[in-house]
Design a protein around this ligand. Sequence first.
Ligand code: ZN
Length: 133
Amino acid sequence: MGVARYWREIPARYSLIGSKCNVCGEIFFPPIKICPNCRRKSIGNIKDYKLKGKGVVESFTVIRTAPPEFERNVPYAIALIKMEEGCYVTGEIVDCEIDKIHIGMEVEACFRRIQQDGSAGAIYYGYKFRKVD
Ligand code: ZN
């Protein structure tokens, strides 16, 4: 699947739009159609919700060996980020030395050029995350 098609299919990832269940108030990412908490009661009560883009690094992986099709520098870090809203987003950490990345680090979303290569889904995202000073 080409990058262009991938992007058309996942505007939610590009714009950090998730879903909010108006019954229980929980926020989900990626977006959902039916809230797993409220099930049938949530039908018609799920609204788009734009994440603020702020969160905390919950865990991360440093990629030191890139697949051959990558044309990018290693190492780089892919983090699981717990967003302010309580849901989780996976993204690359940029503008930060690898050694300085740590669990609990506050980050915010920033938009970066989309990579045209790679097999680790996370690097296709239009947003990445940088440290909040
Ligand atoms: Zn709900």
